[in-house]
Design a protein. Structure first.
Length: 420
């Protein structure tokens, strides 16, 4: 039976949910090959290819993030438990998922290589000069970079322990005594023993307050993540302001200048941008929790209450993917403002980055996705109409989309603020 389930959906299969990883890997490989071709065709400007190399990192990181997100949800927890019962530990399962993800990325790179070779030959077909020969070692190494990054990201994400809704607290939980328990009367707290796998939850999946147990906000860390993300964003903006051209900390011309950047952007500016984007990702759970609070504002109805509760519950699980989508969306207006005439590679790199971040959001959440399916079945058993699930999803989308766009616009403004 396990073999049949693995044949339908498992670490060695090709489910429809992995099609975005296939496409993102091919797009990232095409961007890398395009940068290589430009460096070969224009050797005089090869030393100034720093912006192109930095632009390749964004789709590469976004593709790795998508692979890590998929690795947390495929295969489902039931299949993982059956694999563990057969003797496959967490390390072996992680190796299987990493190998399958890397192989899928390699399959996505093959059409990209074929398209690159075809367009390269077609663009030089009508000229007298033959195209420059591709490096015999560098080109396969560049193509293999995407599968290696995808395999490593998926293996590391699959090796991390998965948590179900209501879990995640490592603090000792008091054991509630029941009737006839030798430790006391019914409902009495018997004392902290060990770390049980679950904590009591209400019908919405939120923990029931128990004396001695930390509150939900303390366990999920939504407020702490938002504070930490804001601190990282502020540090990045300060670093960009200090090291930008004309700033008090700008080192001037010399080895600190990155070649090929017209504005004289140095490593300090790039490091500040990285801090701003990382801070946006870290603040994602707080932004998603804000969407839930907006839905629960001013006496919500049944649908608004269910949608808001769902967002609050999903904030610790889907928040990082939500922040990653805001960070990826912020790179689009920032790049269009900083690059006077963006080329095809710039547009392709930005498109792959946003596509990978957007594809990671629906599948984020780890094993919490399977709990959501149980909630939908419970609503149907209670007599709720089938359209209610679509209406709740639409409410989440109507609130989440403006928050992502506003956060992306604000982050993009912070990225380009020191440059006027």
């Amino acid at each position: 039976m396990l073999a049949a389930r693995l044949a339908r959906r498992g670490p060695l299969s090709f489910p429809a949910g992995r099609v975005p990883l296939f496409l993102a890997s091919g797009g990232t490989c095409l961007v890398l090959l395009g940068v290589l071709s430009r460096a070969l065709e224009q050797p005089a400007t090869a030393g100034g290819a720093t912006p192109a190399v930095l632009g390749c990192l964004m789709p590469l990181v976004a593709t790795g993030h998508l692979a890590a997100t998929l690795a947390r949800t495929d295969p489902p927890p039931g299949i993982r438990a059956e694999l563990g019962a057969l003797g496959a530990g967490r390390g072996r399962v992680a190796m299987l998922i990493g190998a399958s993800s890397g192989f899928l990325a390699l399959l996505g790179c093959l059409p990209a290589v074929a398209l690159f070779l075809y367009t390269r030959g077609a663009s030089n077909g009508g000229t007298d000069g033959a195209p420059a020969a591709l490096p015999a070692v560098g080109t396969p190494t560049l193509v293999a970079l995407v599968p290696l990054v995808v395999a490593g990201s998926a293996a590391l994400a699959a090796r991390a322990p998965a948590t179900r809704r209501g879990e995640g607290s490592t603090a000792p939980v008091p054991v509630v005594a029941t009737a006839g328990h030798p430790d006391g009367a019914p409902g009495a707290v018997a004392g902290a023993v060990g770390t049980p796998p679950t904590t009591p939850t209400d019908r919405w999946g939120e923990p029931i307050p128990v004396p001695g147990v930390p509150a939900a906000a303390d366990r999920t860390g939504g407020g702490q993540s938002f504070s930490a993300g804001t601190a990282l964003v502020g540090t990045g903006v300060a670093l960009v302001s200090l090291t930008a051209p004309g700033g008090p900390g700008h080192p001037g011309t010399g080895p600190w200048e990155l070649p090929g950047v017209p504005a004289g952007i140095g490593p300090g500016v790039v490091g500040g941008w990285a801090l701003v984007l990382i801070g946006t990702v870290v603040a994602g759970p707080g932004l998603l929790a804000l969407c839930g609070r907006l839905l629960l504002f001013r006496r919500p109805g049944v649908r608004r209450m269910l949608a808001g509760r769902t967002l609050l519950t999903d904030a610790p699980y889907r928040g990082r993917a939500f922040g990653a989508l805001a960070a990826a969306s912020a790179t689009v207006p920032a790049a269009l403002l900083l690059v006077p005439r963006p080329g095809a590679l710039t547009v392709l790199g930005l498109g792959v980055t946003v596509f990978a971040a957007l594809s990671a959001l629906p599948v984020a959440g780890g094993t919490n996705r399977w709990d959501r399916a149980e909630d939908r079945e419970t609503l149907l058993l209670l007599g709720a109409p089938r359209a209610m699930g679509r209406e709740i999803a639409l409410l989440r989308l109507l609130v989440g989309a403006p928050v992502v766009l506003l956060a992306a616009a604000f982050v993009a403004w912070l990225l380009v603020l020191p440059f006027g």
